[in-house]
Design a protein around this ligand. Structure first.
Ligand SMILES: Nc1nc2c(c(=O)[nH]1)N[C@H]1C(S)=C(S)[C@@H](COP(=O)(O)O)O[C@H]1N2
Ligand SMILES: [Mo]
Length: 202
């Protein structure tokens, strides 16, 4: 999509060092970007499963997930449509905790993330480990709003925000990369905002 890319790069970039290339600060706003109809998921019926190439396929209910050690991400998020939002605070559990319980096998190198709505997105397993990815249920100390993925979404803030699947329900570990919803439609497989990996080939 070379025409729109040229347009994006004319946007103001604000304080150096904080905004990735081609992004602008959305301030107090928080745009909603959803490809599918917003589902209504009660916490009591939500669960998350880690399966595929793992030794111990595991499912956590809402209650189970809240027994795990909680952690908070405070920092910035970046959407490929060029908005960034500074100083967000999300609380949930580190994906490391879920993966440690499930035991990834040696040939697991990619993850296909599934939402209960059918939305999918793919990531290298290495981007979900090392304290850089969370499954979150609180935003700014309050329950995550449904339009932003509540009751529970994935959060991978070092990559473009389309990787942060709303209404997350499953992490499927794979040996080979398998493109998700936006990746099949031309978005980048990795999506590093600092390398401006917006589209396939960037
Ligand atoms: N299930 C689901 N998750 C999704 C999306 C979506 O359409 N469906 N959109 C992605 C995109 S493109 C972005 S930018 C963010 C938007 O999150 P927000 O609506 O909370 O800002 O969610 C990501 N996760
Ligand atoms: Mo996005």
């Amino acid at each position: 999509m070379p025409v729109t890319r040229g347009f994006f790069r004319k946007r103001p970039e604000g304080p150096a060092g904080r905004l990735p290339p081609g992004q602008y600060d959305t301030g107090s706003g928080w745009p909603v970007l959803t490809a599918e109809a917003t589902p209504r998921i009660e916490p009591e019926t939500w669960s998350i499963t880690v399966d595929g190439l793992v030794d111990r396929p595991t499912t956590w209910t809402w209650a189970d997930a809240h027994q795990l050690p909680a952690s908070t991400y405070t920092g910035d998020i970046h959407c490929v449509t060029t908005w960034s939002k500074f100083d967000v605070a999300f609380t949930g559990v580190s994906v490391d905790v879920l993966l440690d319980a499930a035991g990834p096998q040696v040939d697991a190198r990619y993850v296909l993330v599934h939402s209960s709505t059918g939305y999918t997105t793919n990531l290298p397993l290495s981007d979900l480990v090392g304290g850089r990815a969370w499954v979150v249920w609180d935003y700014a100390g309050r329950p995550l709003p449904v339009e932003h993925g509540g009751p529970v979404r994935l959060l991978v803030p070092h990559l473009y925000f389309w990787k942060s699947a709303k209404w997350v329900s499953r992490l499927e570990l794979l040996a080979e990369d398998r493109p998700g919803f936006w990746e099949r439609n031309g978005y980048h497989d990795r999506g590093d905002p600092w390398l401006e990996q917006r589209y396939q080939g960037d």
